[in-house]
Design a protein around this ligand. Structure first.
Ligand SMILES: [Zn+2]
Ligand SMILES: [Zn+2]
Length: 336
């Protein structure tokens, strides 16, 4: 099969490699769409993920959808030909974390595209059958890939437990911030204020009804806005401190973005005097079926997601576009 493999920072090569075989309990998926995440871009530019360096030219991409084309031993469903979306946090089901239901923080978690496991920027990938969810015909493959970031947002909103009438602020209207807005809207929560410095990225939140919509968090402070919940989705290193300043006493700060660099500082007196709760979220758990359902019923309109389309041969261009963070695109989507 053809695969896009990262040999060194900013060096992806399209290569012919053996097609994987589905092991027992796995299905083989013909990949039809892969959306590129900011975390993919970081591995692409840094050559490592959180200090873990791939031990081989790695295939990136963990937000994907495709067709089931073969079943491993012991698998009887879904049948060959089924269109599926995939949850990429592959948990063991046996460890203490899995037993407690925290499958996203499984001690033996396998995450395709995170070294050493290959991801989906290829024609085929073998996946645990427990990680796939059938996609209705009305949901496109690209939407099927976007179900993954939608799941990250669902997980964060579930953990935040928003109550009726609570004031919410989202920092960052990239894919995750916008998905968080979409989930809040689908759940009937009060529409959030959004902080996003890139002008083009404020357009869709504006159409969705987010208000106020500002370029800098200071504008919200100046307007006297205090949030019950702040979702930090920007990944900006300064954002935790900003989120704390925006939170009201006894408020919650949800750290969804991955700060860069990861060492973060904040004013402890703000956090302490306001008795803030800060929750760090990790990917998603048990969100796939709900995310597909939200997309299939139209409660979340993933078809409106601003994407740019790329072939597998253009995988490097898709990565570079992700890093450039243009205003008119929230996800680069590769169609292998
Ligand atoms: Zn992702
Ligand atoms: Zn486990």
């Amino acid at each position: 099969m053809k695969a896009a493999r990262l040999h060194a920072p900013r060096d992806i090569r399209i290569e012919e490699i053996p097609t994987p075989r589905p092991a027992a309990g796995e299905v083989l998926v013909r990949v039809r769409a892969v959306s590129i995440c900011a975390s993919d871009w970081r591995l692409y530019t840094d050559g490592h993920s959180g200090g873990v360096v791939p031990d081989h030219p790695i295939i990136q991409g963990h937000e994907f959808a495709g067709d089931v084309v073969a079943l491993g031993e012991g698998v009887t469903a879904p049948s060959v030909g089924t269109r599926v979306a995939v949850e990429p946090s592959w948990h063991c089901g046996r460890c203490d974390q899995c037993q407690r239901g925290y499958t996203n923080i499984c001690r033996n978690v396998v995450f395709p595209s995170f070294p050493p496991r290959d991801g989906a920027l290829a024609e085929y990938i073998a996946c645990p059958v427990t990680s796939v969810c059938p996609l209705p015909e009305t949901v496109s493959y690209a939407e099927g890939a976007l179900v993954e970031p939608l799941g990250v947002a669902i997980h964060a909103v579930r953990l935040a437990r928003p109550q009726a009438g609570e004031r919410i602020v989202i920092l960052g209207a990239g894919a995750i911030g916008t998905c968080t807005l979409l989930v809040l809207k689908a759940y009937g929560c009060s529409l959030p204020a959004v902080v996003e410095p890139v002008a083009g990225r404020r357009e869709w939140p504006a159409r969705l009804g987010a208000a106020p919509l500002v370029a800098d968090y200071q504008e919200l402070l100046n307007a006297g806005i205090e949030a019950d919940i702040v979702f930090e989705c920007s990944g900006d290193n300064a954002a935790l401190a900003q989120a704390m300043r925006l939170a009201r006493p006894a408020g919650r700060v949800m750290m969804v973005g991955i700060p860069q660099p990861e060492q973060v500082s904040f004013d402890a007196s703000v956090a302490r005097r306001r008795e803030l709760t800060v929750v760090f979220t990790r990917r998603s758990r048990d969100t796939l079926t709900e995310a597909v359902g939200l997309a299939a019923t139209g409660r979340v309109d993933l078809a409106a997601f601003p994407i740019r389309r790329y072939s597998l041969a253009q995988a490097m261009a898709a990565m570079e576009a992700t890093g450039a963070r243009p205003g008119d695109m929230l996800r680069a989507v590769v169609f292998p």
